[in-house]
Write a protein that binds this ligand. Structure first.
Ligand SMILES: Nc1ncnc2c1ncn2[C@@H]1O[C@H](COP(=O)(O)OP(=O)(O)OP(=O)(O)O)[C@@H](O)[C@H]1O
Ligand SMILES: O=P(O)(O)OC[C@H]1O[C@H](OP(=O)(O)OP(=O)(O)O)[C@H](O)[C@@H]1O
Ligand SMILES: [Mg+2]
Length: 370
């Protein structure tokens, strides 16, 4: 007789696995009347903190499918924007592939592609900032970009709605950084920076940044009155040493670039935390076809990402009845059955954990109703 039990616990797999292997090697005596299988899923990954996008009012705008010379053009296909290049491009395709969504380019030099698993969907490869801009113009319905890009180029527009806020790559934060040396040597917080007597109307704090919307907004919110901004497309960390800026406001991931350029972050200087997100146009979600496709993509993303770091452990367990084995398993609240003896231990990573309803879909529906 065999039965299958599935227990989910949040302990690390190493003690669980060592218990299982020692238990299985000690099996040799009395043959069981019943052979029972117990399956234990062990989580090894901490819950990833999520970024909440402020809930926004649903606009009562009817379907807008794109514009040519200010005229609304109806289109039936659903358009998903993906990063055409840069550090997000490959990771985005890899994630979709892991969700069994294979992006097929018809021609490598073309910017349009399809995902055969999603009918009526067009993929358009665009620069991340253009993806956000085109969600706002109605030329795209969905996009995958960094949360920083949504905020910088979305400028708080209520038409943008975050569908999945934690795709688990592209992790970084947008932060203010100042030199470790000179006038800044003893400055360690944004409050201390704001209180420095050096900054006046005639001689403001000069900040180099590519974030020309979020930068000034952040400085104003933090009481820094005398500030000017200069724009650079990259290598911002060089500007203080070159003498063209006093501080920089840029993305930080490992912190290596700051350190190598003798710069430091300060308390209260983080503008936002970012990672890749799936974002939609609220107006596009008024179309049923867009909602159906969004739900399908979201379901696959959630099922795949939830399975990350989860393992299925299958083992043969001795017992005289299914009830006896079940009772032994359930009597161990922490290790859920791993201390009660098992053999033939199989461990395999989980690919998907499907919920009846993807939790983020329910959140999206409720946001759309508000
Ligand atoms: N150092 C980093 N580590 C992890 N993710 C990062 C890092 N820098 C940027 N990102 C994320 O990757 C996104 C894209 O960055 P990337 O530099 O590739 O493109 P871009 O800045 O939009 O394009 P370009 O630099 O060509 O103008 C950023 O918006 C951010 O979300
Ligand atoms: O904290 P770290 O891991 O060192 O990463 C931070 C650096 O990464 C990004 O630059 P990118 O590599 O895109 O080069 P760029 O500035 O020339 O665009 C960002 O603009 C920082 O310079
Ligand atoms: Mg860059």
């Amino acid at each position: 007789m065999s039965t299958s039990l599935r227990v989910q616990c949040s302990s690390s797999p190493s003690p669980a696995l060592s218990f299982l292997s020692s238990a299985s090697s000690s099996f040799h005596s009395s043959s069981p009347k019943f052979s029972i299988f117990s399956t234990v899923c062990v989580s090894v990954k901490p819950v990833v903190s999520t970024i909440t996008c402020s809930s926004v009012q649903q606009s009562q705008v009817s379907v807008v499918n794109g514009r040519i010379d200010g005229q609304v053009v109806e289109r039936s296909e659903i358009r998903l924007g993906l990063p055409s290049k840069g550090r997000m491009a490959d990771d985005t395709l890899d994630l979709l592939k892991d969700c069994q969504l294979f992006v097929k380019k018809i021609n490598p030099r073309q910017y349009v592609a399809e995902i055969p698993q999603l009918s009526n969907l067009q993929v358009w490869f665009q620069r991340p900032k253009d993806i956000v801009r085109q969600l706002l113009t109605g030329d795209l319905d969905l996009g995958i970009v960094g949360f920083d890009t949504v905020n910088e180029y979305g400028k708080g527009d209520e038409d943008l709605i975050i569908v999945h806020d934690a795709l688990e790559y592209g992790d970084c934060h947008l932060s203010l950084a100042i030199p470790q040396y000179g006038d800044f040597e003893n400055i360690n917080s944004i409050r201390e920076l704001a209180q420095m007597p050096q900054w006046t109307e005639e001689k403001p704090l000069r900040v180099a940044t590519g974030f020309t919307y979020l930068g000034p907004k952040f400085m104003k919110e933090n009481g820094l009155k005398h500030v000017t901004f200069s724009t650079f497309d990259g290598a911002l960390e060089a500007q203080p040493a070159m003498g063209s800026a006093d501080a920089i406001l840029d993305l930080v991931s490992s912190g290596t670039t700051l350190k190598e350029n003798n710069l430091k972050e300060i308390e209260g200087g983080v503008v936002l935390e970012s990672q890749a997100v799936l974002v939609a146009s609220r107006r596009s979600l008024n179309r049923k076809a867009v909602r159906v496709t969004t739900r399908e993509i979201l379901e696959r993303l959630e099922a795949h990402l939830r399975a990350g770091g989860q393992f299925t452990v299958t083992a043969n367990m001795r017992g005289f009845s299914a009830e006896e084995v079940a009772e032994k398993v359930l009597r161990q609240p922490l290790l859920s059955g791993l201390q009660i003896g098992a053999s033939g231990v199989l461990v395999s990573p989980l690919t998907y954990i499907f919920d009846e309803e993807p939790p983020r879909w329910l959140q999206l529906v409720s946001k759309l109703e508000n």
